[in-house]
Design a protein around this ligand. Sequence first.
Ligand SMILES: C[S@@+](CC[C@H](N)C(=O)[O-])C[C@H]1O[C@@H](n2cnc3c(N)ncnc32)[C@H](O)[C@@H]1O
Length: 417
Amino acid sequence: MSDSLIPRRAALNLLNAVTVDHRLLSECTAIFDPLSPPDRARAQRLATSVLRAASRADRWLKPHLKKRPPVQVQNALRLGVVEIAEGAAPHGVVNDIVTLLADGKRTANFAALANAVLRKGADLPQQWGKLALPQLPDWLREPLREAWGNSAINAIERAHFRGAPLDLTIPRDTADWAARLGGLVLPTGSVRLDGHGMVSTLPGFAEGAWWVQDAAAALPVRLLGDLRGQRALDICAAPGGKTMQLASAGAEVTALDLSANRLQRVAENLARTNLNATIVQGDALEFTTTGWDVIVLDAPCSATGTIRRHPDLPFARDGAEIGSLIALQAQMIDHALRLLNPGGRLLFCTCSLLPDEGEVQVEEALARHPGLRVIPPELPEIEADWISPEGGVRLRPDYWPSLGGMDGFYMAVLCAP
Ligand SMILES: C[S@@+](CC[C@H](N)C(=O)[O-])C[C@H]1O[C@@H](n2cnc3c(N)ncnc32)[C@H](O)[C@@H]1O
């Protein structure tokens, strides 16, 4: 058996779980858990590369297939095409794909076909870049095209295809750590690493000098400015990126989340970074403690701003849950406003690209709550065209193209009457 067969088999199982069972990769622990760390990393990398490039692989495969085979077979072919296109030795790839198909009851009949098709891929590395850019599925492409226009959607798809670097939030001695890590300090203060090994082996991880957080996700708390001595509630806190920012900025923080499992991650992150917060498990809508100077509401959302790093999302989801997420976000805004001190600040944010989960939520909250106002962002590093008409900040994956992009995010600071 080749060394690559185990991660390739796992990658194929992951692709089937995402495209057939509509599970997110983060929900596929049963596939990941039995693997060694290197195989796990390789399977994850293969699956995400294939999901990113699936429609490009389909385009290459189409003229070589009389009709489209069952999806499990198509996934195996996609895996073979993407690996060969990205420079893997074709012989080993074809052998493993044929073995994987031959081992499956429902796919065995397609092993010979896969062998014949993939052997035609010798010039894939040269042809690959000439094939059309992968597109988002219609359930997401259409609303985004409507919101941001045709050229933006193409730029967003280009950013998704490129993937994401690793961003760190380093609250102290940022420039020194950036130099040690070989990273770049971004205009908004995050540190970006292009190539890196396992995160937990990087300098500063064990000491808790930094945590992983996309540059876009790190911006909302920065909008709050000086937080020393403020009572802050992070009402959807896990895994704790914003909790750690609040605590390291000197706020007295309570971190609340519905998920006990995810709160475990908050506790581990706080312990590693030597930061303090009171952890509370519960439903934000049932939490009744008042008296907060600041509430951070990083609300549950479609997560469509994170597709660069989660290319499984467009396959695993179909947009059906977005209506109920929008309703929940509005309820959460109204509830959080009840808990704030007079003149207190609510930071509302979502990692969504959909205005209904961002700009529109704020416009509607302003209409529902007389006296509520948006505090305009004052950070000099915020570019003028990131600021939206209602006073929030809109970030998109196609921004900062020469620096490596950023996640899609929306944020606004609301001031209670
Ligand atoms: C976008 S994530 C938060 C990310 C986090 N703020 C960070 O920066 O690391 C949304 C969180 O909301 C939590 N959540 C969902 N519904 C909730 C509810 N009704 N009450 C409290 N938390 C909830 C989820 O468990 C999830 O951890």
